[in-house]
Design a protein. Structure first.
Length: 290
């Protein structure tokens, strides 16, 4: 399932080499053990943040609406992150057992997507590297969304978001809530809302996903390089890893994780954009800047 030479008999999933808006679909593909080619495009470094690697192929793939992410399944080609997720869900019986469950799954996916897009705008915005900006976002938007999700899960009383088996809603919630709670104080926020925390943990421990989440998912940056939040958050996590000791982690684990994050910082060096309007245009044009 790693990125290899493209096999025309396999699904091809294309996106930037980040989690962004693609990771719920990747989680779905790994959970279902679907063979696929993970086509990851690299964005250039600051200050240009070149998209040439993607743009050189964008109009050569015969996509009706060229965009990232995209999915190629034989002659069938699809863009838009949620359309891809729902297609994979229906192909693998991960969209519920009836129309009502499907509607709930789509509602949760849309809710999570809205939160993720708000988070993306904070990250690429002019104050994305501001601790106060991040704290305000966490204390207001994220807290309210987590509170509502926690109440929904408490009322639903099922093992997963909709029913007792995972659906695509679980994968969307897992990645997008995890991203939003990665900022200052986010993990402590989850401690207050145990229904959400326990759901994320159940997904993290799924046998089909456990190795992928540790070895691949956790190593991917959450955002594109233009996101101003990345360097400050990664730096804070490095400091904590180097200074703290955890009962369930060995010294080797801490050094390894710190090294991974240091490498992330070296690769992600966001600079102020010379064209403030370009960030907003990018957000609308392609599902890439979050």
């Amino acid at each position: 399932m790693a990125q290899d030479a493209i096999d025309k008999d396999q699904l091809v999933f294309g996106y930037w080499d980040i989690r962004g808006l693609a990771e719920p679909s990747r989680l779905t593909l790994h959970y279902t053990k679907t063979p696929y080619t993970d086509k990851m495009y690299q964005m250039g470094d600051a200050p240009e943040y070149s998209r040439d690697e993607w743009l050189s192929e964008k109009f050569k793939l015969d996509l009706d609406f060229p965009n990232l992410p995209y999915l190629i399944d034989g002659d069938f080609k699809l863009t838009q992150s949620k359309a891809i997720l729902y297609y994979l869900g229906r192909q693998n019986n991960l969209m519920g057992k009836n129309p009502k469950e499907e509607a709930l799954i789509m509602m949760l996916c849309e809710q999570a997507h809205d939160l993720r897009m708000k988070f993306g705008m904070v990250c690429i915005g002019p104050n994305g590297d501001s601790e106060n900006e991040r704290k305000n976002f966490l204390d207001t938007t994220v807290t309210e969304e987590i509170k509502q999700l926690n109440a929904y899960l408490g009322k639903n009383k099922s093992k997963f978001a909709v029913g007792d088996k995972p659906t695509v809603a679980d994968f969307q919630l897992f990645d997008y809530v995890d991203c939003c709670c990665s900022i200052d104080g986010g993990r402590a926020l989850l401690d207050k809302y145990t229904n959400v925390k326990e759901l994320l943990q159940r997904i993290r421990e799924l046998p089909e996903l456990k190795d992928y989440i540790v070895k691949s998912h956790a190593q991917l940056p959450m955002h594109a390089k233009i996101a101003k939040i990345m360097k400050s958050v990664a730096t804070e996590r490095v400091d904590k890893l180097e200074k703290q000791s955890f009962n369930n982690l060995t010294r080797h684990d801490l050094k390894r994780d710190a090294a991974v994050l240091k490498d992330m910082i070296n690769r992600i060096t966001p600079q102020p954009s010379s064209d403030e309007n370009s960030d907003g245009k990018e957000e609308k044009e392609e599902e890439s800047s979050t």
